[in-house]
Design a protein around this ligand. Structure first.
Ligand SMILES: [Zn+2]
Ligand SMILES: [Zn+2]
Length: 345
């Protein structure tokens, strides 16, 4: 404990396309004012991490030097700096189990002031180049990005709350009403969370995925298999694309009734998507795009505590930090039965 600044820790750094290396790097050191030192307990591997791993970039953000990935994470507060309050302005104490919001907005730019911290001009985002993420043993993070979890919670659930938060924000944008018919394209972790929350909001949910085991899991969670309805399902109120864009967005657009809503939550690998103009124009569709999330952690925690979402069933694999390269290889290949892989440093 005494010599943390000179101590080292294990981390997994991405050096280039498909080049993950386990390395010893300097320990982050003691927390400053408003910061906590967290011992990382669980990190989720996200589809967006897989994009960066496969392509060396995501959107127009390119990897220009080695970076530690990992933005879905939870851990134990190891040490608390002066003046530390968590995301709900409660004092933070060492030993607390926290889920950590990877987005560190500045709180004072025009977008933050407007209540849109997801568009912050000065955003730091853990695990997105050039900011390091959580695939390591320790991190120093702002206390305000920490959200306390009930003692005894599985840290993997804390990591899943990031994915779940994206889903909550997606539902917020979707204009779903009680009794709406909703199609979800893509039954990955985000799609499965979106589907569960659409159902919780009173919708009838149809879902599909190219990977049969994921559709099967969705059906087990109470959704209807979209394929089983075939051509007669052409008039959903809301279609939510949670795949890797590409043809999925057009597929979603084809399913929506005139005047309905199309939501894009997936991230395209080649930074493009195609939509037939006549489809969206003739139907007068409202198109909503998901940009990360707002303050969704407190709601995510409550919904999980109230049993309104099953996150445990989405965790298909767990592995130690040293197995991270294998986990990414497996996720990038979409090997059965990958849904969500959790790394436990
Ligand atoms: Zn993610
Ligand atoms: Zn800002």
């Amino acid at each position: 404990m005494s010599n943390k600044a000179t101590a080292s820790m294990s981390a997994v750094r991405l050096h280039g396309k498909r080049d993950l290396r386990i390395e010893q790097i300097p320990h982050p050191g003691r927390p400053g004012t408003g910061e906590v030192l967290v011992r990382i307990a669980a990190v989720g591997v996200c589809g967006s991490d897989v994009h960066t791993y496969v392509d060396g970039q995501i959107g127009d953000t390119r990897l220009e030097s080695p970076v530690i990935l990992g933005h879905e994470f939870a851990g134990i507060v190891e040490e608390v700096g002066p003046g530390c309050f968590d995301g709900e302005h409660h004092p933070l104490q060492a030993g607390a189990l926290v889920a950590i919001d990877p987005a560190q907005s500045c709180g004072h730019c025009q977008h933050c002031e407007r209540g849109n911290p997801n568009f912050c001009e000065n955003l730091k985002f853990c695990g997105l180049w050039p900011d390091d993420g959580a695939l390591c043993q320790y991190m120093r993070v702002p206390a305000r990005t920490c959200f306390a979890l009930p003692p005894g919670t599985d840290p993997a659930i804390g990591a899943m709350l990031e994915t779940f938060g994206i889903a909550i924000h997606t539902i917020d944008l979707s204009r779903i009403r009680v009794g709406s018919r909703v199609a979800v394209i893509g039954a990955g972790p985000v799609g499965l969370c979106v589907a569960q929350q659409a159902k919780a909001a009173g919708a009838e949910v149809f879902i599909t995925d190219l990977l049969p085991w994921r559709t099967k899991l969705a059906v087990k969670l109470g959704m209807q298999d979209l394929k089983a309805h075939g051509a007669d399902l052409k008039s959903v109120d809301v279609a939510i694309e949670c795949a890797n864009a590409g043809p999925a967005l057009q597929q979603a657009a084809d399913l929506v009734r005139p005047g309905g809503t199309l939501v894009n939550a997936g991230i395209s690998g080649d930074d493009r998507f195609e939509l037939r103009h006549s489809t969206i124009r003739r139907k007068g569709l409202t198109i909503m795009c998901v940009r990360r999330m707002k303050l969704t952690y407190p709601r995510a925690i409550r919904l999980w505590q109230n049993g309104q979402v099953d996150l445990t069933s989405l965790i298909s694999h767990r592995c130690p930090l040293a197995k991270t390269p294998e986990a990414f290889r497996m996720n990038a290949a979409y090997e059965e039965p990958v849904v969500k892989i959790i790394v436990e440093p």
